[in-house]
Every structure is written in C-alpha cells, then in structure tokens.
Ligand binder design. Structure first.
Ligand code: KIV
Length: 271
C-alpha cells in the first residue's frame, strides 16, 4: 500500500520553472485550517503563513508582537489542510535578526514543529548571513524587500518604498544579493511597478509582488483583505473579490433576529 497522496505538490523548483515559462505564480495568506483547505482546493500555488496574522488574527497594530510559537501554531493548522500548495512561513520579528545561529534555530523549530516547506525573512544584505546559514541546513528561503512591515518603526509609515533613485538602486542590489545567497523566490511589497519589473527581469528567481504591479512573476494578497472581511484597509493595489464584511454582518444580524423572534430553531431543526 502506498502512503503517498496522488495530488502533485508544488515545489520551489516548480516555481522557478513557472518563471522560466512565463506562468504567473498565485500566492495567498492563510493562518488556519478551514481557510487553508478552501484556498488549497481552489488550486493556489503558494500559501503564506504571514506574520500579518499579528494584525488579522490577533488585532495588533503591527506585525512585531507575534511570537515564534504563535507562528508555529498557525503554520501547523495550515499544514494539516494542505494537499498541494507550497507552504511558506514568516520568521517573526526578533527570531532571526540578532545572529545567524539564532536564525537557524528559529527556522529549524518552524520546520520541525509545523511541517512547513520554507521560511520567509524580511531584509537584504543585513540578513545575508542568516539566510545562508538557514539554507545550509537545507531549508528553502523566500526573501522580502520593499515595504518590510517588521521595520515599521525605522521608516515610520506604510507608504510606497524605493521611489527615489538611491533607494531603488539599493533594492536592486539587495535583490541580487538574495538571489546569489540562494533564496528560491522574493516578495516585493509596495514599490513602483517599473522598478519591480526591472528586478524581475534582472534576477533568475521568481519575484512575487504585492502592490508591485503586473510585471513581476506572481502576485500575493492577504486573504482577509481580498475577501473584503477587513474594511479599514484600502490601499490602491488591493482588489476585493467579495464583500464578506457585509455578507457576514447581514448573516449575523439575521441570526440574532431569528433567535430573538423564536423563528430559530423551527420544527425541522430540532430532535
Ligand atoms: O505577512 C504577510 O502577510 C506578508 C505578505 C503581505 C507578503 O508578508
């Protein structure tokens, strides 16, 4: 009897092949089993267990408070749901910036305890040693440049990054450093589309954009945003595919009404 499932899983190698043949890569966030199951069955290529869970799931203002153990809890819930997608997990703030040994320990803990397939780290040249040490243990690494929310207190705003020439040149250099270090892919967040397109053309690894235009190799959105569950956050790059905030509010209000009016449960809804 075979223990292998029939479904073909997405690998980091396949993402690189997709870039080579010009097939765009789809990526969405998930933090729990039920959402991950729906997204995976829809056929997504990559699921990101983003540290945006700190905002979306826990209601924090920034991504900084989420811990390694909390990321592992979210990641293992997602992993239990997956048949096909590649699952990438964010290393949270404070778990890799200090030194490369600590970065490796954090990445190993995530891989061992959640069963995830890869990790993502924010930053360029300043975390090169950490990336290389994690890669030396055979753990695939996705990079993340542009708007890096873990550094929000350094920049002070969530505005578009690398608009000026100097910052754009530095970002291009960092992208090349991440490629040379061995990252299998790179997220570019909230930078001018022209620059993102140039980066995607100049490096061989897939570039996945969020607010980085259509000239990159794939797109990622925060699932709760694209479903319209959140409504305070409306950046230009966000396409909302549903207005779940409104649909869910209507359903909850109807339920409350039905309970109060004794309409629910009716004869056929009881034993
Ligand atoms: O944490 C996250 O959801 C992310 C995406 C916005 C790329 O890093």
């Amino acid at each position: 009897m075979s223990v292998h499932k029939e479904v073909k899983k997405v690998t980091t190698h396949q993402l690189q092949e997709m870039k080579r043949r010009g097939e765009k890569i789809s990526m969405l966030t998930a933090y729990d089993y039920t959402m991950a199951k729906i997204i995976d069955h829809a056929g997504i290529d990559v699921i990101l267990v983003g540290d945006s869970a700190s905002n979306v799931m826990a209601g924090h203002e920034t991504t900084l408070p989420i811990t390694l153990d909390q990321m592992i809890y979210h990641a293992s819930s997602v992993i239990r749901a997956i048949d096909r997608a590649l699952v990438v997990v964010d290393l949270p703030f404070g778990s890799y910036q200090g030194n490369s040994k600590e970065a490796l320990t954090s990445a190993i803990k995530i891989m061992k305890e959640s069963g995830a397939h890869a990790v993502k780290l924010e930053g360029g040249r300043e975390i090169k040693d950490s990336i290389e040490r994690i890669l030396s243990a055979g753990i695939p690494v996705m990079g993340h440049l542009g708007l890096t929310p873990q550094s929000i207190y350094k920049f002070g705003t969530y505005t578009v990054r690398a608009k000026e020439e100097e910052e754009a040149a530095r970002l291009m250099e960092d992208a090349k450093i991440l490629e040379e270090s061995g990252c299998f892919a790179l997220v570019l967040e909230k930078i001018p589309a022209k620059l993102a397109t140039e980066v995607a053309k100049n490096i061989s690894i897939p570039v996945i954009g969020i607010g980085a235009g259509g000239g990159v190799d794939g797109q990622v959105l925060v699932t709760h945003d694209m479903l319209g569950m959140t409504h305070e956050f409306s950046p230009r790059f966000l396409r909302r595919y549903l207005n779940l905030y409104e649909s869910m509010s209507n359903a909850f209000q109807q339920y409350i009404k039905d309970v109060k009016s004794k309409d629910f449960p009716n004869e056929s809804e009881q034993y």
